[in-house]
Design a protein around this ligand. Structure first.
Ligand SMILES: [Zn+2]
Length: 89
């Protein structure tokens, strides 16, 4: 860590945040964070995908989010199979 960054790290956090907003890397880093915040997790495989590309499906009165139709089919099959087994026991 260079001397300037070391001295900045000794300042109060609120002042460090203000200095950080003027950092040339701030906009690039904020873009990555915003992209991350716009993502959702697939309920079947656990992959992260953008909300726009996600598939929302209601299965037995519960809402699920999937990355692809294969994941949607896979989890729906498991849920319906489990539900049928419960009904027959
Ligand atoms: Zn998936």
């Amino acid at each position: 860590m260079n001397k300037l960054l070391l001295r900045i790290s000794e300042l109060p956090q609120s002042i460090q945040d203000i200095i950080g907003m003027y950092n040339v890397e701030h906009r690039k880093q904020m873009k990555l964070i915003c992209q991350y915040l716009k993502q959702v997790q697939c309920d079947d495989c656990g992959d992260y995908i953008s909300k726009i590309k996600s598939i929302s499906v209601s299965i037995l009165f519960n809402d699920y989010i999937f990355c692809c139709l294969s994941c949607a089919w896979s989890l729906e099959y498991d849920i319906r199979k489990g539900h049928i087994q419960i009904m027959h026991n």
